[in-house]
Write a protein that binds this ligand. Structure first.
Ligand code: CA
Length: 223
């Protein structure tokens, strides 16, 4: 999953990027409203964390512009604790959730998890495909209850496929959603990671759809 953080406070920006990266997300970052708006307009993010008080273009304007242009990714806004009117304006502008400053990083992580799974159509923290189970809170993956050890890249890939189970996901989409903008984007690396995942998971679980991409848990498996 790939996220965008738009926050002008350098310390806070860094703390957010560090925590989200450690949690297994690919993270791009912007320090003002214009740069943030541009990235959100041109790159396919799974969710955005948007501060409201930003130089060059304020967060509400950024959000309104995105929504006018049909940019529908989930957006979590950061508001000042005592400004209830900011929360109302933010939600009305198209925000999906808000966190008031100062916040605990755990709250941000929990809200981002909820936004990501809800936008993919999952209400629960645990996502299951057959005997495979992923707990998005702990990043734990099990097969028939047995924990599977994955590297962070393998986990990102599997998590994305599980969030979008039953749908064919192209290599391009995977590259765009698993790596930040500075990553050397070579879709061959995706094949390498899929190969490694297949060795750790029940065979046949990740299906290759020739010329299109990969599909985890075909629709016919769902009961
Ligand atoms: Ca600010």
């Amino acid at each position: 999953m790939r996220l965008l953080v738009v926050e002008d406070d350098p310390d806070l920006n860094r703390q957010l990027v560090t925590a989200l990266t450690e949690a297994g997300y690919a993270v791009d970052t912007a320090f003002d409203g214009e740069e943030g708006h541009f990235l959100g307009d041109t790159e396919p993010y799974d969710a955005v964390i948007l501060d409201l008080g930003l130089p060059q273009m304020d967060g509400i304007s950024v959000l309104e512009k995105w929504r006018r242009d049909e940019r529908n990714m989930p957006v979590l806004i950061l508001t000042a604790r005592d400004r209830w009117s900011d929360k109302v304006a933010g939600m009305d502008a198209g925000a999906d959730d808000y966190v008031a400053k100062p916040f605990h990083m755990e709250e941000i992580l929990a809200r981002v998890r909820a936004l990501l799974r809800r936008s993919a159509g999952h209400a629960k923290n645990e996502i299951e495909v057959g005997s495979l189970r992923l707990d998005t809170r702990t990043s734990r993956v099990t097969v028939d209850g047995t924990p599977i050890k994955l590297t962070s890249h393998e986990y990102r890939l599997l998590s994305y496929l599980m969030h979008h189970q039953g749908r064919v996901v192209s290599r391009t989409e995977l590259v765009e959603h698993l790596y930040d903008q500075d990553f050397d984007r070579d879709s061959n690396t995706i094949e390498v990671f899929v190969g490694r995942l297949r060795k750790k998971l029940p065979s046949e679980l990740i299906e290759t759809v020739r010329g299109l991409g990969y599909c985890l848990g075909s629709a016919s498996d769902e009961t």
